[in-house]
Write a protein that binds this ligand. Structure first.
Ligand code: 8X3
Length: 257
């Protein structure tokens, strides 16, 4: 790998927006550190993207296990240590029923991945980003659900509100080092996201996207690449992106019968 080749560290790289970012950044000539839970998918993506131009290091880790994540980052090969961009894409929603019917274990899992996993990776990579200096960027995948409440959004939306505020606070501390932070907040994106949220019920997932033209993961990946390749003095603080088919709703007014 050429000394000047920029490196992107992408979590949740085995599907959806994470995988699309891996492909977009590879196409733009970036080398990659890809993390994900599913080793087979990770290896397939590595084989697909590795080339004379693009070096790929794969980390099969579960972000909920911070010791394993720490060990993986501590032992990053020398050639992959000068990280320019971190894309915290790993995250999930589980369930869309009302809070009072939700599984507590699902809430804990969303908090473990969307919050604990994200802060773990970010904290461990800060020394690398600071060493890279101006132009280094943390891109955290938030969501419109972090701003807009909706029925069944409960803990998922709250984790994304955390991501937004964490991104802003992080930016305050990192700005003196020239490190930028962005909350990249997509709306409805057609990916495994809904299948996972609906616990594998393909019928519900299909119905959700029926007749829509939702964002595709690559639509979001393009935004990530744009954010990363802006001149170093430009920090997009928050970028919300939604498909034209997804609109806000009027307030729901509950009335006595
Ligand atoms: C996902 C966006 O609209 O499905 O982060 O809640 S939405």
């Amino acid at each position: 790998m050429h000394e000047a080749t920029p490196i992107a560290f992408i979590t949740g790289a085995t599907s959806g927006i994470g995988a699309a970012c891996a492909r977009r950044f590879a196409e733009a000539g970036w080398s990659l550190v890809l993390s994900g839970r599913r080793q087979d998918r990770l290896e397939a993506l590595q084989a697909e993207l590795q080339s004379d131009r693009v070096a790929v290091h794969a980390l099969a880790v579960d972000l909920a296990d911070s010791e394993v994540v720490q060990a993986a980052i501590d032992t990053l090969p020398e050639a992959f240590q000068r990280i320019r961009v971190v894309i915290n894409s790993a995250g999930l929603a589980l369930g869309k029923g009302p809070a009072q019917q939700a599984e507590l274990a699902d809430w804990h899992r969303m908090i473990d991945t969307n919050i604990k996993g994200l802060v773990t990776v970010t904290r461990l990579l800060l020394p690398h980003l600071i060493a890279t200096g101006p132009g280094a960027t943390v891109i955290n995948l938030g969501s419109i659900a972090g701003h807009t409440p909706y029925p069944g959004g409960h803990v998922y939306g709250a984790t994304k509100a955390f991501v937004e505020q964490f991104s802003y606070n992080l930016r305050c501390d990192l700005a003196p080092h020239g490190v930028r932070v962005t909350d990249l907040a997509p709306g409805m994106t057609e990916s495994e996201f809904t299948l996972v949220r609906m616990k594998g019920d393909a019928g519900i997932a299909e119905e959700y996207y029926r007749g829509t033209r939702a964002l595709q993961p690559d639509d979001v990946a393009r935004q990530a690449l744009h954010i990363a390749e802006l001149p170093p003095h430009v920090n997009i603080t928050r970028l919300e992106v939604a498909p034209i088919c997804q609109q806000w709703s009027p307030f729901t007014i509950l009335r006595d019968e």
